[in-house]
Design a protein around this ligand. Sequence first.
Ligand SMILES: NC(=O)c1ccc[n+]([C@@H]2O[C@H](COP(=O)([O-])OP(=O)(O)OC[C@H]3O[C@@H](n4cnc5c(N)ncnc54)[C@H](O)[C@@H]3O)[C@@H](O)[C@H]2O)c1
Length: 254
Amino acid sequence: MSIEFAGKTALVTGAAGGIGRATALAFAKAGARLSITDFDSKALEETARMARDCGAEVLSEVFDITRDAGVAGFVQRTVARYGKLDCAVNNAGIRSEVLPLAEFSEEAFDKVIAVNLKSVWLCMKHEIEAMLKSGGGAIVNVASAAGIVTVPNNGSYVASKHGVIGLTKAGGIDYAKHGIRINALCPGYTRTRMALGSIADADGLTLDMVAAALPMGRIAEPDDQAGPVLFLCSDRASYLVGHALVVDGGYSVV
Ligand SMILES: NC(=O)c1ccc[n+]([C@@H]2O[C@H](COP(=O)([O-])OP(=O)(O)OC[C@H]3O[C@@H](n4cnc5c(N)ncnc54)[C@H](O)[C@@H]3O)[C@@H](O)[C@H]2O)c1
């Protein structure tokens, strides 16, 4: 199934690598004009170069996604440049400390909530304002399989991702009548800096062990996530609102 985004504008946060980069490049190949952001300037520039090589026009900005002024300015400049915002993928995220719940520091807990949850609300706020002016659009918030089920010793991450699904449902019904469809993607283990880092940090765990424990016998590649994100943003998903699409190779089903 090929999905076309010619003439559409797509914004992707956390686009310096992993799922965000794969999503940005999939939009670029599908004909979209891109706005991408991350706070890793070097890797973001590499994503921008790869997208331009696919023929896409690219606006790329470096800022901390937890800062309201950064998000507001980025959305404003996207609309100023392209005339409207059609699709937005709120993907930037971090992992949490690996500790039993009561042992998190307040500072570390706040940071995970700020990046993984509050920034998604900030992005939605400015994206929705822009989409209301142009008659609609589609937003995808990247949650996690850990937004559906829990995983041990990751309490702040699990809470943040359950919260992203809550925000998705809340925004989904608030704006459904305004032509804005808001849905979530819930990835399982995906080969990115984040997942490989968490496996490397876990005592005695290897990638092969994780893969063997999964129903599909492999972890996802970033492109396994990008396809479903584009589907959720496309007209093929025209009646999907407030939905959490689980793309985890069966991890949360077992
Ligand atoms: N990889 C997985 O197994 C997996 C599973 C479930 C959910 N996810 C989610 O997918 C999303 C993408 O993660 P990924 O796996 O591609 O990892 P990643 O680390 O490659 O990508 C996350 C990106 O977010 C950026 N980022 C983090 N904090 C930021 C901030 N304050 N301001 C701006 N940018 C910031 C990082 O620089 C990075 O480029 C995350 O929300 C993550 O929680 C990943």
